[in-house]
Design a protein around this ligand. Sequence first.
Ligand code: GLN
Length: 554
Amino acid sequence: MAKHIFVTGGVVSSLGKGLTSASIGMLLEQRGLRVRLQKFDPYINVDPGTMSPFQHGEVYVLDDGGETDLDLGHYERFTNAPLSRDCNFTTGKIYQSVIQKERKGEYLGKTVQVIPHVTDEIKGAIKKLVANDVDVVITEIGGTVGDIEGLPFLEAIRQFALDIGKANVLYIHLTLIPYLKAAGEMKTKPTQHSVERLRQIGIQPDILICRTEREISKDDIAKIALFCNVESRAVIEERDKEFSIYEVPVSLVDHDLDQIIVDKLQLKANPLDISAWREMLLKMKNPAHEVTVGVVGKYIRHNDAYKSIYESLDHAGIAEDARVVVRKIEAEEIEREGAERVLSGLDGVLVPGGFDYRGSSGKIDAIRYARERLVPFFGICLGLQCAVIEFARNVVYLTDANSTEFDRNTPHPVVVMLDEQFSVTDKGGTMRLGSYPCVMTEGSLAHQAYDATTAEERHRHRYEFNPQYRSQFEAHGLVVTGISPNGKLVEIVELRDHPWFLAVQCHPEFKSKPTKAHPLFQSFIHACVARHEGKKKVDGQPGYVVTDEAVAVS
Ligand code: GLN
């Protein structure tokens, strides 16, 4: 029988519940347990797919096409647990299902209510992850205790322990212990209040994880334990990590969290072995190289809008023994200041996915700069589409070439809507979503990077490279090196006579892990390091003027 861990949060949002849940999953996996992870989000959108990245950050895409919360990205990067649409439920998705059942008459004339019908639906969602090959299901409840919209979820997880027995359920509450400068003290009161709120609902936390900037004294731990009715060894400090989020699981081990969970749930577990993870951290801390990569996007101001891209660059850095410094560049800044000014000194340029016209001309200028200056360039999704537009306009001389997403009446529609999209009217969940295979050309950069001629990657788009222009582009040097198995959809393009210029229609950033960098990201960072080291060599030779061109030819 699977055991259940419920992770809630209190006092403030953004405490890192997702990271902590992922870390718990990783530690239990390293102890030989088979885990599944799941997140509940109390907002009413059915999924985050229709929400602006300015509001919600990145939309994380799964193999099955589920558009989910970005915390699922942490789950995948930290663990090997398989994820599906059933791993992310919002209030909207729960209610959608309840209302569908009501319309079908499945409630047999009853008045449909939050308790028991909505709470039953939530409990059903938790049970979807239970299977014979699962030891522990970790369910994270989004939001903060005390939020009105989170109440049905808390009520459901309270009932859950009653249904399957408290011995099979563990409640972990994440909270904040702020330091008040004026008083020169850590404050435990907000935590006491937050736990009080939980207990009013009927949930007594078994473990408290206390987020803090400073060390929590033994006295404060004892005080928290007493007031919150939690064993003092189960009051765990989780201090801010200055270096990397990948330190979180290690610091939790230092406070015995894995053992406390194993004890409390009476799990049969192996001794912990996180040596590979520790090695990865060590490598990360002592890199031989440093490169600077510019990420040029529209949603740069939101820290989490390109979360998986930033993580994948870090992973590639670990694999290539390099610290990757990311320069976050708003595409519109390039439109104002010019590519030369904004991009000089970079070792690589990456243009990630995006939507809508705004910022596109800045992205196109950035790509032109990378192409002409022989700076490694990696385009992802909209990044590929902008690379195609740039090439059309500036190399093939197709004046005003564009994507029909940006200009419906362009004389040269080099990027067009996918056929299947013409009949689509709803916005939610209707893009080309999820995992699709791609066949690569032998000898291409992509083939070399993957060391394979086929790969499966996740997608999220409505537009594609217009195949009518393929031969014209190829004659000028932009070649198609990855294509769908039926030969219809262009998945990868590469530029000949450039050190590293590759763009993909898929989102490889959703399949990179700290212990296993994605091959395309790794190959890109390899090229950035080569460029950087080349620059150093040229720098060292007297009389050399270091321009971007001189470096590139070195
Ligand atoms: N807006 C483009 C499309 O829908 C690109 C999407 C993306 O970058 N995810 O095809």
